[in-house]
Design a protein around this ligand. Structure first.
Ligand code: EPZ
Length: 416
């Protein structure tokens, strides 16, 4: 298993380009299942999760061509509406094929994703919505079976805000009979990016980005070409790395327009942030001021940036209170940060972080995607060498991480 070796103490300076958003690309890839015509996606990030999704779609009969960051998907020959456990267990976002398959084929057999490091992450809301649209959904032998001669539009209400739940139901509703209204819908920008692509494919959707999305079902959808939005969490991660190291960086192919809550907190911490049309610049102070955060659905502070902020608070002046309200077990990076000398106390879903003037390099272990990112940030500021194990977690969500960090002046390399 690969490891990442970081020699801490370098300020990050210079420029890095941000890749397409993983959490927009994943649902957009499954949208190809909704049409017999080719769907062309550009700015597709080269990530392990993308590879897994493409493998999953290919074994369903989808023809796939990749040319750099352009992926062409043709689901005309879709003949196997099954998502098997061995693929789904490695990436829970595989559940995103459920809605499109139920709508396009009238049946779907999708393995339950199983838990993951950060929590149980059930899919009951996905099932509740499809059932309300007339699908006959059973769960047996670890698989969700959905049968639906023709989905019917319905008024749906999700018990909590669910990003992929909203995306699954929005995609299913595109080909249903009549109008579907999704209330308490997720407002994440990735939901809007998906809706924009579906509309270009002929879907009739209004309200994406608000908590009420209306979809008028249509007979069929056509192909289109769609550029994937920039990855706001990758952007936020590099901003945090620069903030923690007293750096001054410019990120391109991105912007701050979907990161208001994060930028607000970075400015409270003492950073100067300037956002232009497709770039964002951050200049960090000599030492950060601790900032408390509370994760919540968009547009509030994103749970996917919580671990990174725990890392920057580990070296900030003062004490920060971090509340994680979305997932029940998303503090596993805390014990690893403590190995680097951080002063963190956990009480349920609240972490109390008292900044230290320095951290000391050590060997630490990545447990999930964003936890790994927080260990990288801490390693960049720790004195001496930090060795991060199990960095396959990082490869799931950060394209060319060590190359981009090295270009910003970090001393980092991948060791086998
Ligand atoms: C999406 O996951 C993202 N993944 C996650 O990013 C992100 O952390 C999460 O949204 C929250 O923003 C993708 O978009 C591929 P949820 P998702 O459904 O959709 C509970 C990353 O690091 N819930 O919004 O799976 C659930 O357990 C990943 O890139 C149910 O109880 O998250 C959680 O507590 C990690 N039943 C809460 O709702 C359901 O049917 C929010 O989950 C669905 C969700």
């Amino acid at each position: 298993m690969d490891k990442l070796l970081i020699e801490g103490g370098q300020r990050l300076t210079g420029e890095a380009a941000i890749s397409g958003a993983k959490n927009a690309a994943l649902p957009l890839l499954t949208a190809a299942l909704l049409t017999r015509e080719p769907l062309v996606l550009t700015n597709v990030p080269a990530l392990n999760d993308i590879g897994t999704m493409l493998k999953l779609l290919a074994q369903m009969g989808v023809r796939i061509e990749r040319d750099g960051d352009t992926v062409t998907l043709d689901a005309a020959g879709l003949d196997n509406p099954v998502a098997p456990y061995e693929l789904v267990k490695t990436m829970r976002a595989s559940v995103l094929v459920l809605g499109p398959l139920a709508a396009r084929c009238g049946e779907a057999k999708v393995s339950l994703p199983g838990g993951c490091a950060i929590g149980a992450r059930p899919v009951d809301q996905h099932i509740k919505g499809l059932t309300a649209m007339g699908a006959e959904v059973t769960v047996e032998h670890g698989y969700v079976h959905a049968k639906s001669p023709k989905l019917k539009g319905a008024r749906l209400f999700t018990d909590m805000v669910t990003v992929t739940g909203t995306e699954n139901l929005m995609m299913a509703a595109c080909l249903a009979d009549g109008e579907t209204v999704i209330e308490n819908a997720a407002r994440e920008p990735e939901v809007v990016d998906l809706a924009n692509c579906l509309i270009a494919m002929g879907a009739r959707i209004s309200g994406a980005g608000t908590d009420v999305i209306r979809i008028q079902g249509v007979e069929s959808l056509r192909g289109t070409t769609h550029r994937i939005m920039p990855d706001r969490i990758e952007t936020g991660t590099y901003l945090c790395a620069a903030a923690a190291t007293g750096g001054d960086i410019r990120l391109t192919n991105t912007s701050g327009c979907y990161l208001d809550a994060v930028i607000d907190k970075l400015m409270d911490a003492g950073c100067q942030v300037e956002s232009a049309r497709d770039t964002i610049r951050l200049k960090a102070p000599q030492r950060l001021t601790a900032v408390s955060i509370r994760t919540s659905p968009y547009p509030a502070f994103p749970t996917d940036m919580q671990a990174q902020f725990m890392a920057i608070n580990a070296v900030a002046e003062g004490t920060a209170v971090i509340r994680e309200t979305i997932f029940e077990n998303r503090f596993m990076h805390a014990v690893e940060l403590i190995r680097l000398g951080a002063d963190i106390k956990i009480d349920g879903n609240t972490a109390f972080v008292t900044g230290r003037s320095r951290l000391d390099g050590a060997t630490v272990m990545a447990t999930d995607l964003r936890a790994s990112a927080s260990l990288v940030i801490a390693g960049l500021v720790a004195q001496g060498e930090t060795l991060i194990e199990r960095i396959y977690h990082l490869d799931r969500g950060y394209e060319g991480l060590e190359q981009k960090l090295a270009a910003l002046g970090a001393r980092v390399r991948r060791v086998k």
